[in-house]
Design a protein around this ligand. Structure first.
Ligand code: FAD
Length: 411
């Protein structure tokens, strides 16, 4: 353990959005911070992005915004907002029995408030840039957590790409000590896995029978005399949904005029199309009317073939800590399906709440005990809401009852 007369040494595992914000909060409090990340620096163009996709566009909402606001780094939010697009509602796309295409706007908020479309990589890069300005933070890439002793406050990392040890053929390993470890290493968290050997953790995971695959609506070329906004082929201020009973296609705007789109569909449907990908455009025409005018059929086929078909996992566990030694946050503590748009937002909120407990109690042990007890209920509820919202997004939005219910809620 680090010496009592030294600054607290806080080690963060994972330099995703949640880990980098945790490092920022710890650094603001004067801790000696080390953040260990499995992959190389995502700001380096040669780094393979998380999930092997070009980008994930996320919906950033008040939960996450407030957590970044409370980090007391005003330039951070200014920079992030300069690269976001406000989204005021969803746009439902469909086809009438007459064959005519229609779109229907459904506002998110009667007061006109918005959520914000943000590029995950851009947001993550802004947080990393902020950490680079802080003298008490070291960001250490290409280090994979492989083991931890939470009684002795020690951890071990494999140094990815290091010269392999001749006798074992394995990468070099390093040992470090820490006062507090914050595990922010995502859904398949190694920090959580090692913590389970110490803590009597209840753990539940569920894969839903839906896979996702990414597509792109390209930006339009802006012609002479046209407004800048005409680079968007569809409204930039909506989250676009093509609902289907069992599947859906969504599109989220990017500031360059393109849209990052995601197909969510049961694995059996993916299997069917994988057997004959030439059927992808026909499948889109039947189920997501109008999309083939936005994405060329050849591009639909190549995205389907080249982009991975990824699973969706829902994880609940408790407690989120062990003694005063480790706490897990973000997807490591509560990975959820993406249909409520709150996975990252809830993870960022974890950091704000965690540090409010750490600020309140001189005893770190008491702070973590209380944080874990307080946070688990909220984490479980948001996971459940995310699962329920899949039905809402892919089916209820087009039900005639939906409009009536919405009208009743709003009047
Ligand atoms: P991650 O982003 O998973 O980052 C974990 C980091 O830890 C990674 O950099 C990883 O390389 C590193 N790591 C892993 N293992 C180790 C190890 N052993 N040692 C060291 N480092 C390690 N959320 C929203 O709020 N809004 C949305 O609109 C939204 N849309 C989504 C759409 C899709 C299709 C998906 C899949 C998710 C979506 N989410 C959304 C969820 C969001 O992406 C996650 O909740 C968020 O990325 C979690 O952040 P994190 O920092 O906890 O974990």
């Amino acid at each position: 353990m680090a010496q009592a007369n030294k600054r607290q040494k806080t080690v963060v595992i994972g330099a995703g959005p949640v880990g980098t914000l945790a490092a920022l909060y710890a650094a603001q409090r004067g801790h000696e911070v080390e953040i260990y990340e499995l992959r190389s620096d995502l700001r380096d163009p040669s780094t393979i992005p998380l999930n092997f996709t070009k980008s994930i566009n996320l919906a950033l909402s008040e939960r996450g915004i407030n957590a970044m606001r409370q980090s007391d780094r005003p330039d951070l939010l200014n920079r992030i907002f300069s690269e976001t697009i406000p989204v005021y509602g969803r746009m439902i796309h469909g086809k009438k029995d007459s064959g005519v295409l229609y779109q229907q706007s459904q506002a998110y908020d009667i007061h006109g408030r918005a959520i914000y479309a943000v590029d995950r990589g851009g947001l993550n890069a802004a947080l990393l840039d902020e950490l680079d300005t802080m003298p008490n933070v070291k960001v250490i890439f290409n280090h994979k957590l492989t083991g931890a002793d939470f009684k002795k406050h020690k951890a071990w990392f494999e140094v990815i790409g290091s010269t392999t040890t001749p006798n074992t053929g394995r990468n070099r390993e390093i040992e470090i000590d820490f006062d507090l470890m914050i595990g922010a290493d995502g859904a398949h968290s190694a920090a959580r896995y090692h913590m389970m050997k110490y803590s009597r953790m209840d753990y539940q995971q569920e894969y839903i029978d839906t896979l996702w695959c990414e597509f792109q609506i390209p930006a339009r070329t802006v012609l002479k005399g046209e407004k800048e906004d005409s680079k968007f082929s569809i409204s930039p201020n909506h989250l676009h949904i093509w609902p289907g009973k069992d599947f859906m296609f969504i599109a989220i705007p990017s500031s360059d005029g393109s849209f990052t789109c995601t197909l969510f569909m049961p694995s059996a449907n993916f299997d069917g199309l994988e057997a004959d990908p030439t059927q992808v455009p026909k499948f889109f025409d039947e189920n997501f009317p109008g999309v083939t005018t936005l994405i060329a059929p050849a591009n639909l086929i190549s995205s389907f073939n080249e982009n991975p078909h990824l699973p969706l996992i829902n994880i609940k566990c408790q407690p989120h800590h062990y003694t005063d030694s480790i706490v897990i946050v973000g997807d490591a503590a509560h990975a959820m399906v993406p249909f409520y748009g709150q996975g990252m937002n809830a993870g960022l909120e974890d950091i704000r709440i965690l540090f409010s407990f750490l600020d309140k109690h001189p005893s770190r042990r008491q702070a973590l005990d209380e944080y874990s007890e307080y946070r688990k209920a909220d984490a479980h509820v948001v996971n459940d809401l995310a699962l329920e919202n899949y039905v809402e997004m892919r089916a209820s939005v087009v039900s005639p009852l939906y409009a009536a219910r919405k009208w009743l809620e709003e009047t």
